[in-house]
Design a protein around this ligand. Structure first.
Ligand code: 5U1
Length: 682
């Protein structure tokens, strides 16, 4: 039987309209009501019939048709979108006391001790989005970005089946902005990772990264292949129309208009009931179909929300109660020593694989010798491994007294570099052992090349760590400059490198020749010059030559550049080996446009005028490094919290500073949010 329908235009128009209505209704039952009436195969059959009719009469196609979720031609960039109503972040509570403090603060501010009605809902671990509807039709989808400006991802959000292209029913305002979270359910995550493995591609680390990566695609046809979902959780700007006067009623209304809302959302009275909700959800968490990283509590009444208002970038009327980092018990099998890009030799724990925080963990960072002493760690110990969000897994503590201590081995630190054998040095002020052989050490060379090719540097697609290891081990490359003279024959000789991948890689290397000055500076891997500092230097000096010719004094004149960075920069450019590599790169055709030196007065920096405080233990960096990064963004970093503090970064075991910040209504962010902020550079 032919798939081509035998219909007149008029018959086709009537049937297409009826099919669209049916498909929209089934979509609504599936996503909003969680009560499908037909199975996937029947749904696909209806969809195919509509596709065939639209193929026969293309004039019948319309942008709101359920067939239009397959994506469209790739974009060259994402345009910026301004959020007329800023997309806020949330204050956090890490325990029941902090949650109770939240209610007390609300009651004090409202001057009323009556119990408050809160709406409790799971905090999905995904990507926040804004969807704009005009007269009930989806016209724009945007990422949160820095809360004020995001990226236009309309083509991508249109491919997500649970996002209505056209609102159902009536009564919606002529202009309606709906906000929520786009996420990848665990089953979808497992499916795309299984497919990645089959294709020999790198799997995603967790569902949130996979969702973010899927939305970052300029080619929405790729997004369309990812089983993303969107759950609505608030409104943004609205114009006209009549809306409910509470959060819960608004969510019920959004559900009627065709949105997926969370079916575990509940209204409760008083903070004890919020604590009870937390306990119930924590028990459900492992069996949910999606990842959550906490619970959001919101004051239900919009009237009270308005009376409470905002502090910094977060509403006073809502709080996120974070789940503690997940922990699991395993055994320390061995400790190996890794040599990093700057020669730092760090101990890495090799663990019996254990499932924690949604992934299987077999390595954990041990930072330095002091950390090992503090933990009292020996090889063979039973240990508790902790993993929060994307943060590198850590050994939280040793379970002592549970196993026979015979057979445990002390961890011995090497005296020489485990890779090149040269003597190691320990700097006095840091508990860091360092191989000082620089780029002569193959480990440092490999890391330098990996850094050079990484996404924020020259972004050489397809040049993964394993390929770089092979290229260096086979002595096909010695420095980053050698990448540009690789031949297809050399690449095809590598493990698992077919000629198609080899020619794609050569094309990616060739394309990387054209770059920008900030990327190039970052790619050089100068110590303490991260993405933000590279941008500052590039914008200040405008050309590589001017930066190379500068001295410590000139560098200290750059806002936010301190003596440590100034020393590292001058040291880097006075090394003849580094200058030779830069010359070879330029000879190989690496180039970039010069920059018109911009106004780099402190006010031009994103965090200029702000006062930040760091407290507690950060898993991914020292507080000193955090301070340096904040200062590079223009913030002043102080040691104590006051009413003038803009934001407190609270690491593990934060104590009195966190309490003080809460009592003063100062914004508090955790390490994950801090890393996201540094990554964005705002
Ligand atoms: N579930 C949920 N997640 N979430 C995130 N609700 C919710 N609300 C948010 C955010 C940032 O913000 C509103 C309180 C403005």
């Amino acid at each position: 039987m032919s798939d081509k329908p035998n219909l007149s235009f008029k018959q086709a128009a009537i049937e297409a309209e009826a099919l669209r209505e049916q498909l929209d209704q089934h979509n609504y039952r599936y996503y909003s009501l969680d009560d499908p009436q037909i199975d996937d195969a029947e749904y696909d059959q209806l969809l195919r019939r509509l596709e065939n009719i639209e193929a026969l009469y293309p004039a019948l196609r319309n942008p709101e048709s359920p067939t239009q979720r397959v994506g469209s031609a790739p974009l060259s960039i994402f345009e910026s979108v301004e959020h007329k109503v800023p997309m806020l972040s949330l204050a956090n509570a890490f325990n029941d006391d902090e949650l109770r403090g939240f209610e007390r603060r609300l009651q004090t501010r409202l001057d009323d001790n009556s119990p408050i009605t809160f709406v409790c809902e799971p905090k999905l671990d995904g990507v926040a989005v804004s969807l704009l509807y005009r007269d009930g039709v989806l016209v724009q989808g945007a990422t949160r970005g820095d809360g004020f400006t995001g990226e236009n991802i309309t083509a991508n959000v249109r491919t997500i089946a649970s996002i209505p292209l056209k609102l159902k029913g009536q009564g919606f305002p002529p202009m309606l902005e709906v906000r929520g979270e786009i996420y990848l359910p665990r089953a979808g995550f497992n499916a795309i990772n299984a497919e990645a493995l089959v294709k020999d591609e790198k799997p995603f680390v967790n569902p949130r990264n996979a969702a973010a990566g899927s939305l970052r695609q300029l080619d929405s046809r790729i997004t369309a292949t990812r089983p993303l979902e969107m759950c609505a959780y608030s409104l943004g700007q609205t114009e006209g129309g009549q809306l409910p006067d509470s959060h819960l009623a608004t969510m019920l209304q959004l559900k009627e208009w065709g949105f997926l809302t969370n079916n575990l959302m509940e209204a409760v009275v008083g903070i004890d009931a919020c604590v009870d909700y937390y306990q119930r959800l924590e028990a459900l968490r492992p069996n949910l179909a999606y990842d959550i990283d906490g619970i959001v509590y919101k004051v239900d009444s919009f009237h009270l929300q308005q009376a409470l208002g905002f502090v910094a970038r977060a509403p006073r009327w809502a709080i996120a109660r974070k789940f503690p980092a997940e922990e699991a018990i395993t055994r320390l099998l061995d400790v190996e020593f890794q040599v990093g890009r700057t020669g730092a030799v760090t101990p890495v724990a090799r663990l019996e694989p254990v499932f924690v925080g949604g992934v299987t963990v077999s390595n954990a960072s041990l930072h330095n010798e002091d950390e090992i002493k503090r933990l009292g760690l020996r090889i063979g110990d039973q240990v508790v491994v902790r993993r929060a969000g994307d943060v590198i897994p850590q050994i939280a503590r040793v379970i002592s007294g549970e196993i026979d201590s015979d057979g445990l081995k002390n961890i011995l630190f090497p005296k020489t570099c485990p890779v090149c054998g040269s003597p190691l040095q320990r700097s006095d002020e840091q508990a860091v052992l360092r191989c000082i052989d620089g780029l002569v050490c193959p480990a440092q060379r490999k890391e330098a090349i990996k850094h050079f090719a990484s996404r924020k540097a020259l972004d050489i697609d397809g040049l993964g760590d394993k390929i770089i290891d092979q290229l260096v081990d086979a002595k096909l490359i010695h420095s980053v400059a050698d990448l540009f003279s690789l031949s297809i024959e050399q690449l095809v000789g590598l493990e698992r490198m077919a000629s198609k991948s080899a020619s794609n890689l050569l094309a990616a290397i060739a394309a990387a020749r054209h770059t920008t000055l900030p990327r190039f500076l970052y790619a050089l891997g100068i110590r303490e010059v991260g993405e933000t500092t590279a941008k500052l230097l590039a914008n200040h000096f405008g050309t590589l030559e001017k930066l190379q010719e500068s001295n410590v004094e000139a560098l200290l004149a750059v806002p936010s550049i301190g003596p440590v960075v100034a020393d590292f920069v001058t040291e880097f450019f006075s090394n003849p080996h580094h200058l030779a590599i830069i010359a070879s790169l330029r000879e190989a055709g690496v180039h970039w446009p010069d920059i018109q030196p911009a106004d780099t007065k402190p006010q031009a920096l994103p965090l200029a005028g702000q006062i930040w405080v760091l407290t507690g233990t950060l898993a991914t960096m020292s507080r000193g490094e955090g301070k340096e990064q904040l200062e590079a963004l223009g913030a002043k970093v102080t040691g104590s919290v006051s009413a003038k503090t803009t934001c407190l970064v609270a690491g593990e075991s934060a104590g009195s500073k966190l309490d003080k910040a809460r009592s003063l209504d100062v914004q508090v962010i955790d390490e994950k949010e801090f890393l996201a902020l540094l990554e964005k550079g705002t």
